[in-house]
Design a protein around this ligand. Sequence first.
Ligand code: SF4
Length: 473
Amino acid sequence: MFDKFKDECGVFGIFGHPEAANMTYLGLYALQHRGQESAGISASDGQQVRISREMGYVADIFDGGTLAKLPGPLAIGHVRYSTAGESKLLNAQPILIDCAHGQIALCHNGNIVNARELRDELVQQGSIFQSNSDTEVILHLYARSKARSIDDAIVESVAQVQGAFSLVMLTRDRLIAVRDPHGFRPLALGRLNDAWVVCSETCAMDLIGATYERDVEPGEVLIISANGVRSIKPFPPAQLAHCIFEHVYFARPDSYVFGRSVNEVRTELGRVLAREKPVDADVVVPVPDSGVCAAMGFAEQAGVPLRMGQIRNHYVGRTFIQPQASIRHFGVKVKLNPVRSVLNGKRVILVDDSLVRGTTSQKIVRMVRAAGAKEVHVRISCPPTISPCFYGVDTPRKSDLIAATHTLDEIQKYIGADSVGYLSLEGLMSAVGTRRTSYCSSCYTGQYPVAFPRNEAAYLQLALKLDTDAVKT
Ligand code: SF4
């Protein structure tokens, strides 16, 4: 409904807790913002790995009865928004297989850019795939590995994939966490008394009372078993490429990702934006919820009061019954309502975290004007989005990204604002800290840190959109 990049996936794992499946359920609950299409949990009691996965929200899928069928002190879980592969139960995760090395379940956040090539090779060698998800190739590589130990087979299989992958895996007696050498997606390691926890964002640790220890390092394979924690670094050194969009939009502001507080970074984005794109106005209004932190920073820097000029209805389900008589902009109105007392007669600075197609911004600007605003100045706390993502984020085609096809003046006219101002790339980088080269910013630059084998760009775009006619990249 909103014009945003779509979150990718969230992963969680725990080793050594008597209620591992319950803790995983809570962890996934905290990570629900990273994927709302399906969720699943696998648990092991040391003898057998069991699984439960369904389409829908975590709270709707799991109840006491379902969790009771997942006994044992080890568990992993996943929330999914489909990036590569269609949205259907077959593609939900974890994926569980039984092979010569024994049972293994896998959850993946990211996108494997050489999945198509690997899949073609595996199919030629006789592999039969159950899903069209890129993740399944890792399990086929694992199953075919001739390595003598489980640990070696895992290392051998993950060493063959390229792209973005934060993985958690579960065998009968091990929890394994893997992060690609570029560190695209976050993956944090923590403790809950004697148990070990790995998860996409630290907000999942907060909910269960776990303590953050450190990030799983880019290029690190962590194998947690009764023998302790073993760290292996099987990948050659690579340029870091943390997804900067985690800080701009994806991650929850109460999380720490890539070693930084998301709230602090996001607020700083607003401060820098206010310095770069100042404008005389009476009130700063965030587009809720994701624009709130940046709006706070903007208001603080600009010395302009912050007011909640739009209220978001948090209780809108995934579908709702539209009235037969058409209501203009119903889809936005049902989620956002303007506060006339805040907006009427005011010069408004509307702060949002991104502007992708421009369609929602156009409706919001109209809504704010209809509530009496004299002027509407749109400020975006990231640079113009000009290129799609191939590292695990669902983005529109390049031709649908308004900043890739329109000038700033055209964008301003299209959304009907009195002015539009984006944060500069330098401003964005200054807000995340000094290690500028550590971040991927491809959606703002079109420069991709990991190349796509063969015509992988077109393949991935096809997988993302499932729209063969529209592939132009
Ligand atoms: S292209 Fe954009 S969304 Fe994708 S990984 Fe890079 S910064 Fe993140």
